[in-house]
Design a protein around this ligand. Structure first.
Ligand SMILES: C[S@@+](CC[C@H](N)C(=O)[O-])C[C@H]1O[C@@H](n2cnc3c(N)ncnc32)[C@H](O)[C@@H]1O
Length: 250
């Protein structure tokens, strides 16, 4: 298995794939994810605290658990899990090397990030990282994960499924890696990129039907879970009307 600067690569992207992937653009989406998820002091708190609250309400009670965040970007949710639950093994998976690099520096190496968020009107700031030893980051595709069958207690993904080209393939993979009784938490604004996906999965009952017809049981449905993403220092915000659902592998 290849590795680049401490990040295992379970998928080798071609140069073209890197060029096409907006999440590899450091000055654009990595900076935006950093501003949203790590720069609490610039936002008067964590803007996605309701997202963290929703996901963490479904964390297992066990002292030892294996949990994964698929599409973790800069690692806020999985980093919180690792920090608050030192007995767990926590995995952050993403398809963007640049996101994972930022996540690793912040959550594993304890570096101080000095992101340039000036174009959002934020002053220069120092974001002090952590050194967590129960957290691991890897680059992999959501539909081909580096976990054995039935090995995870909980898997979540937030703001991911509307970015996936093949939702059924990813859902089958999540089912494979969860143990019986394991939970899947999905939070997504269902802000699909293609008409075909809108037709296939919207309204959300269509998306849920897909899961319920393929060996999942529904534990919770919250629609909408509204989240506000700050755009800049002035307080302009995007209001995301997400669908939040919890499914269990029987
Ligand atoms: C919109 S961001 C959401 C990040 C974060 N989970 C959140 O809630 O804000 C989508 C993330 O999913 C990642 N991603 C996109 N396609 C993926 C795939 N096929 N497998 C794994 N991660 C993927 C992107 O690199 C990006 O970091």
């Amino acid at each position: 298995m290849d590795e680049r600067r401490g990040i295992p690569l379970y998928y080798l992207k071609s140069e073209e794939e890197v060029r096409q992937d907006v999440y590899e653009r450091y000055d654009e989406l990595v900076a935006r994810q950093t501003a949203l998820h790590l720069a609490d002091e610039l936002n008067e708190g964590y803007p996605f605290q309701p997202l963290l609250d929703y996901v963490s309400a479904w964390w297992p009670a066990d002292e030892h658990a294996r949990v994964a965040d698929i599409g973790c970007s800069v690692g806020r949710l999985i980093g919180e899990a690792a920090r608050q639950q030192p007995g767990w093994d926590c995995y952050g998976i993403d398809f963007s090397y640049q996101m994972l690099r930022q996540a690793r520096e912040y959550w594993l190496l304890g570096k101080t990030l000095s992101p340039n968020l000036l174009r959002f009107g934020y002053p220069l700031t120092a974001l002090v990282g952590q050194q967590l030893s129960n957290l691991h980051f890897a680059l992999a595709d959501a539909k081909s994960l580096p976990f054995p069958d039935g090995s995870l207690d909980l898997l979540w993904n937030t703001f991911l499924i509307d970015r996936l080209a093949d939702v059924p393939a990813a859902a089958a993979e999540w089912h494979r890696v969860l143990r019986p009784g394991g939970r899947l938490v999905i939070v997504s604004p269902l802000n699909f990129l293609q008409l075909a996906q809108w037709e296939q999965y919207h309204p959300p009952v269509k998306l849920l039907d897909h899961f319920l017809q393929t060996a999942w049981e529904l534990l919770d449905l919250t629609d909408p879970l509204v989240l506000h993403e700050p755009m800049d220092a002035r307080g302009n915000r995007i209001a995301w009307r997400t669908l939040a659902a919890v499914l269990v592998k029987p």
